[in-house]
Design a protein around this ligand. Structure first.
Ligand code: ATP
Ligand code: MG
Length: 592
């Protein structure tokens, strides 16, 4: 329907479809999502999850496994294993009973390594790390053979068995594949297959004093599982020859010889997507945790109020290609607003309350208005909003000395209280400090429902909440975590680009009474203010805590415009050029 819908395509899906048509894998189709359990999943992982599970859906017999790549014992934690599963399920995908761990295959991998030794394709090297690095050479310098390269098969088998038995200290031996020290491909210069590491593992405990290297473990785990398409991100492209070399050694001996296909990882403006960098934000206390609503983690996005559907739609629109790029975060925000607009019930909430008293409205009268929860969506139902003499309105909606074109509340002006009535401000009450504490108004009883009886023009509409019925809440206004489009690019350190105003906490907010039944995770549109969600961690029945998910419109684009900074043109919406005040070219910066 819109331009975004015919996105940039998905070359992996096209390839898989073509292979299915050609019956290339005997009708088989199996992918996997292989997270390393060393952090929480982020929006980049969502792209990979949507891709891998989406590919499996291309054929009725297709399947996608969840496999934890837990080959590196030191960094992995059970908390991550659990959060990753919860996040994938939340995103809407199901690995059924195919939950695997690379550590499930340690025994099999050990057996295969022994086979490789027997075939003269692997050897135990007693050089230390430094010597191995030196011997490997570089782009300009060929490698030199290790003095241990020609060790006999018997000796290699013996040493490898003793490595496995825990007889040696860390670093004293490694197992290397015997490939080619002169290869132009540095990865093929006798890569490491096993290291001795006497480290506790979250699943295998202290059973293994040796651990397989990523390249050895990954491809073979794929083949052992019967994966047909091993989809990974571009930085693994130069691992591909090694991936296939290991698989070639066991041609016909394992269920499949998967093909590795690389795609470009997702990068988003105004965010960092690296577990290492995110971990640092958590550990340094700059955010409250992996699920801080400002984090690009799935746990953070969920707590912020993002929907799984919005994230899936976004991934779909971004497409899958081999070209590295940075996606404008407003594309994600657009997908979010689109979903929330269609699904969020509307309510009224006042964030910075100012009392408004209608002096000609009876003291104890309550006028109830029936309003639709979602405009034009009958199935979303109706609710009752009470209107009384004392209301709260938004402090920002009043101005003491307004300009001529101010349509909201001001002394002597008439304004619409949304869906209820027209009121005119007659008196502004201030305290000794000159702070406005109350507005005294009169209403036109003939304007019940908010429309002018005589058709007179009342431009401004503000939201309101009945003071006696209001539900108190704490509202957390979240904004972008980083203020730079590419955090760290100019400053050299992404932490220097943190947005100091990414969180503002408001207490004493006043919400309409229907919010008393709100439960954690419930999403709303607060009329005129944006989309909000009840916090899933801190909100309790006695203390309602609400997070702002996102404003109704992109306030950053507006800000950029105000500052004269060139903002990216939005697809689909081309404003007519040369607006009244914007003659001439936009300046990079307008500060005078
Ligand atoms: P990070 O760089 O954030 O630490 P990673 O690649 O080390 O991520 P893994 O747990 O190894 O994290 O990732 C699991 C899968 O998700 C891999 O197949 C990886 O390629 C993919 N993935 C990770 N980050 C992205 C991203 N930004 N875009 C798309 N896919 C990604
Ligand atoms: Mg990784």
């Amino acid at each position: 329907m819109t331009e975004e819908n015919d996105g940039p395509g998905n070359f992996v899906a096209e390839l898989v479809l073509a292979e299915l048509a050609a019956d290339k894998h005997g009708g088989r189709l199996m992918t996997r999502f292989p997270p390393e359990p060393n952090g929480y999943l982020h929006i980049g992982h969502a792209k990979s999850i949507c891709l891998n599970f989406g590919l499996a859906d291309l054929a009725p017999q297709g399947q996608c496994n969840l496999r934890f790549d837990d080959t590196n014992p030191a960094k992995e934690e059970t908390e991550y294993v659990e959060s990753i599963q919860a996040d994938i399920k939340w995103l809407g995908f199901d690995w059924e009973d195919r939950l695997y761990f690379a550590s499930n295959y340690f025994e099999k991998l050990y057996e295969l390594a022994t086979t490789l030794i027997k075939r003269g394709r692997a050897y135990v090297d007693s050089q230390n790390e430094e010597e191995i690095r030196e011997g490997r050479g570089d782009f300009h310098r060929p490698g030199v053979n290790s003095p241990d390269r020609e060790r006999s098969v018997e000796e290699n088998l013996d040493l490898f068995a003793r490595m496995r038995a825990g007889e040696f200290e860390d670093g004293s031996y490694v197992l290397r594949a015997k490939i080619d020290m002169q290869s132009k491909d540095l990865k093929l210069r006798d890569p490491l297959m096993y290291r001795i590491r006497k480290v506790h593992h979250h699943r295998t405990g202290d059973e293994w004093p040796i651990y397989p290297m990523y390249d050895w473990a990954h491809g073979l785990s794929d083949a052992i599982e019967g994966i047909t398409h091993s989809v990974c991100t571009l930085e693994f492209q130069n691992h591909r020859p090694l991936y296939h070399w290991f698989l070639d050694q066991f041609e016909g001996e394992l269920p499949t010889h998967p093909q590795q296909i690389e795609f470009a990882r997702l990068n988003l403006t105004f965010w960092v997507l690296s577990k290492r960098k995110l971990l640092k934000l958590v550990e340094s206390g700059r955010v409250s945790g992996w699920d801080d609503p400002r984090m690009p983690t799935l746990a953070g996005l969920r707590r912020r109020g993002y929907t799984a559907a919005a994230i899936r739609n976004f991934c779909e629109r971004v497409g899958v290609s081999r070209r590295d790029s940075e996606v404008d975060v407003s594309l994600l925000e657009h997908a979010l607003r689109e979903d929330l607009n269609a699904t969020s019930p509307r309510v009224m909430g006042v964030l910075r309350p100012l009392k408004l008293v209608i002096t000609n409205f009876p003291e104890d009268e309550v006028m109830n208005f029936e309003v639709q929860n979602i405009p034009d969506v009958e199935s979303a139902g109706m609710r009752t909003v009470p209107f009384t003499r004392e209301l709260y309105v938004e402090r920002d909606d009043f101005m003491k000395d307004p300009p001529k074109k101010w349509w909201r509340l001001a002394l002597g002006r008439e304004v619409r209280l949304r869906g209820a009535a027209l009121v005119t401000v007659n008196e502004v009450i201030e305290n000794d400090a000159g702070e406005v504490t109350e507005l005294r108004c009169t209403w036109d009883p003939a304007s019940k429902g908010g429309s002018a009886p005589d058709g007179r023009k009342v431009r401004g509409t503000v939201h309101w909440v009945s003071a006696a019925h209001a539900v108190d809440a704490e509202v957390r206004l979240y904004d972008r975590l980083f203020q730079a489009e590419s955090p760290g690019k100019e400053t050299g350190d992404y932490l220097d680009d943190l947005n100091a105003n990414s969180l503002e906490v408001l207490t004493g907010c006043k919400l309409e009474p229907s919010m008393s039944s709100a439960t954690p995770g419930d999403r709303y549109q607060f009329e005129r203010l944006g989309y909000f969600v009840v916090d899933s961690k801190d909100s309790t029945p006695s203390r309602l805590v609400i997070n702002r998910t996102i404003t109704l419109r992109d306030s950053w684009a507006k800000l950029a415009k105000k500052l004269g900074v060139k903002s990216k043109p939005k697809a689909g919406k081309k404003k007519s050029k040369g607006g009244k005040r914007e003659g001439g070219k936009p300046n990079a910066s307008k500060s005078s």
